[in-house]
Write a new protein. Sequence first.
Length: 220
Amino acid sequence: MEEYDTGMILRRTGEMVRLAPRATLIFWLALALPTTALAVLPGGGGDARFAFVGGIVSIFGQFIVSGRVARRAGLMQADDVPGRAGSYALLSIVSGLAILLGIFLLVLPGLYLLARWSIAVPIVIAEGKGMGAALGASWTRTRGRAVPICLAFLVVGTGLVVSAVLDLFLMPEYGPAPLVPALASNLLAYASTVLTWFLAMAIYSFSAREAAPQLEQIFA
């Protein structure tokens, strides 16, 4: 397993993005633009049904993009393994709820879980493991690396913070939102969301020993 720090994780994340730029752009805009349209329309901004649909798009966007990146980076070992989508969906729900609960209660436990389970999704997608096995493998492979992983997630999550500030100061409490601040807020927020998909693949790539020779050629 390669040694890595926060800077290495972020550089590898950028390299991962370059492996699937078109898919990145498509899902980024598919998440940000409809959300903006809803916010600026009369009576918009709070449709729970759209939030649910957006969550589904995000979940399966990560599955599609991560699979493409895994193939192009030489990390894919499970193209023919059945049931990966179901395991991935269950994993996303269970781990997401646990991380959100940890963040809601004390913040740091949620960040710690985020770091230790950060490569569970790539393990399901690239190796075909089930939810429990993927969580266990992620916990093992990220041992001793929670701090650099957390710092990398905080850097990538900057867009979410700026988006929240824009919403706080520029969005009306009721009624339609102004177009430019709403668009900027959603583009920033979903940029962070999409980048976390690549961040997870970047962290995973450091633990993928079998792919190391090919990775060296791709990221040289």
